[in-house]
Ligand binder design. Sequence first.
Ligand SMILES: *[C@@H]1O[C@H](CO)[C@@H](O)[C@H](O)[C@H]1NC(C)=O
Ligand SMILES: *[C@@H]1O[C@H](CO)[C@@H](O)[C@H](O)[C@H]1NC(C)=O
Ligand SMILES: *[C@@H]1O[C@H](CO)[C@@H](O)[C@H](O)[C@H]1NC(C)=O
Ligand SMILES: *[C@@H]1O[C@H](CO)[C@@H](O)[C@H](O)[C@H]1NC(C)=O
Ligand SMILES: *[C@@H]1O[C@H](CO)[C@@H](O)[C@H](O)[C@H]1NC(C)=O
Length: 697
Amino acid sequence: MTTILYLSLCTALAAAQSTFDPARPPAIPLAVRSPYLSTWQPAGGSGSNGGYLAGQWPTFWNGEITGWTGLVRVDNTTYTWMGNPDPLPEVADQTSFSYTSTRSIFDFDVGGVVSLKVEFLSPISPDDLVRQSASVSYMSVDVSSKDGQEHDIQIYTDVSAEWASGDRRQLVEWSYDTVGDDSEVEYHRFARQSQAAFSEWNDQAEWGNWYYATSARDGLTHRSGADIDVRKQFTDTGALDNSADSNYRAINDRWPVFGYSVDLGRVGSSEVTSLFTMFLAQEESHQFNTGSGLRGVPSLWRGQHSDKARALSFFHDDYQNVHDKSVELDEKVSNDAMQVGGQDYVTVVSLAARQAWGATQLAGTEETPYIFMKEISSNGNMNTVDVIFPASPLLMYFNPAWLKYLLDPVYIVVENGLWSKDSAIHDIGFHYPNATGHANEQTQEMPVEESGNMLILALAYAQKSGDTAFLSQHYDSLRQWAAYLVGNTLIPASQQSTDDFAGALENQTNLALKGIIAIQAMSGIANLTDHADDAANFSSTATDYIARWQELGINSAASPPHTTLSYGNPDSHGLLYNLYADSLVQTDLVPRDVYEMQSAFYPTIAEAFGVPLDTRHGWAKNDWEMWAAAVAGEQTRGEMVGRLAKWIDETSTNRPATDLYEASTGGFAVGPPNFRARPVVGGWFALLALESVGIPA
Ligand SMILES: *[C@@H]1O[C@H](CO)[C@@H](O)[C@H](O)[C@H]1NC(C)=O
Ligand SMILES: *[C@@H]1O[C@H](CO)[C@@H](O)[C@H](O)[C@H]1NC(C)=O
Ligand SMILES: *[C@@H]1O[C@H](CO)[C@@H](O)[C@H](O)[C@H]1NC(C)=O
Ligand SMILES: *[C@@H]1O[C@H](CO)[C@@H](O)[C@H](O)[C@H]1NC(C)=O
Ligand SMILES: *[C@@H]1O[C@H](CO)[C@@H](O)[C@H](O)[C@H]1NC(C)=O
């Protein structure tokens, strides 16, 4: 019933109705590879044409327009399939949308006579440093006749200079050229005229060159110029005049766009494909203080492709290869997810993949790679330990060896004089892309949280990769954090946990549990590195603490019984998501009946879109919810995954998925800033990262 009502509502709002498979997400990833190549189509919410590629503009993750236009001319009549150009030619009927882990696919019926399919591919290459390091995304456009007749077809696309700076008053410059041994790749290049290396404006990158490329072919024409002029020329004539606007100017001064037209001639029932490649090339992508001052870090792909245009032609020509691999990866994720969590779980993880990877970027060299992560939308911190932690199931699933590339920068900072407290650091720099460290110790304090996280992550990585040398190398740091926890985790002082938006609190039950599991993890680390005394010592402490924790943190008189949010507050409760760590690193410290108790409790407090994070607010935190689901019983787990899948399909938010929302309404959490596009959705892979999902046997 609801479905029918919903579809008829859509019909009223849009020219035609589209199906959404497996769901209509809050925002559709179009080109999402890194913190600075992050363009989406707002989709959630009622009204606003949600989920349609034409009739509204694609945006950067923060909602600012990144102009991207698609038109098609069929027998002299022009239709719009992407964007919201003014004037807006007739909108092609979008008939379906679907997404996989790496692709967003739109189908159109153009005038009842032509089929047009647009596929946006943002690859994930978790075993290929060079490919994963490049901010490259692809759009392929297929057209064919659907009425048995041949039709005269030209397609058009442009991007605006809005991609090149968050400050629309900035001057941009541009050029047109070809590259490749036979000049087989043509490209528009555009960039901020005065480059501001490592700077952001409104979260967009203020440096680097943007490339919009396509294959040289008969019928290809191009033009740079004012948006209305370039588009009008196509609409009027079905071609561009290959001219260049030499009047470099501000982004918002008669909006320069960089357009292509491809005249496909007479098209019959066989599909004809056109490919467009988007590439952000920065010679240096980050700054990193490894102990002797802040220095630029090269983009990793430059090791193999020192010339930017050559790199572009490599990545453009790489499309078929990377497309085939992406289809394989999509199928693997989908099959694996189906097996552990059914279709709802496929809906969930397939949406998380590009968002989570898209908050990271590989840099450095193939010999010494680093993954840098941006705490998008919350505060821009770099490699935040309590953001890596919730996101870590993503890496554990795709390639545990790469968790090291994310953690290495943290160890470099803390072991080279840029942090000297006994407890672990919160982040390696206040603002991406500058990993300055915190020699003055001035950053957010989450001592139990981060110390616990570093220990659990280290053991998880070593167990999965077999790299025990990593543990030996960092043994002193790890042991120091464990000793801190021995003194500070059983009765945690007032402090923030990772859920800092809810404020500081004393005696947090779930935080204490993390620290205790981490002490046991230290015992495992000691064991793997031949420190028998430490192994025995930390294990006996953890065993003692977990018994006392059960007395302090469980309300066993309640019906049903549950852990509390904090000691001594019997009516309080919260998601006990740190329990997941006990299963992840197989510390097997927590008795099975605690798992069972929580699993039985969650359904009794669930709201329409999730189990509230804790009793302070009605907020759901979906990364932690998937952590809790992964170690719950089958029934509870299915319900939790199901509510997140429902949220994805029905939320009124229309930005890249938020991880914090009202559990009862699915809207943005009232109070905190609107989190979105954050890498913590990597935590949605929690079920897939475990050896064995559910309550331990
Ligand atoms: C499209 O316009 C061209 C040029 O005006 C004309 O020659 C052609 O016949 C038109 N095609 C159709 C299908 O109307
Ligand atoms: C990074 O540091 C440079 C100075 O080295 C500064 O110009 C730039 O604005 C900083 N970037 C951010 C995003 O804070
Ligand atoms: C924290 O828990 C300990 C142990 O139960 C207790 O002694 C202490 O008073 C608690 N602190 C607060 C603020 O409740
Ligand atoms: C590590 O654990 C195994 C299994 O319990 C045990 O046999 C071994 O002696 C331990 N090694 C050290 C160094 O603690
Ligand atoms: C365990 O380690 C702590 C801190 O280093 C030490 O004080 C204690 O004596 C050790 N206990 C055992 C049983 O070795």
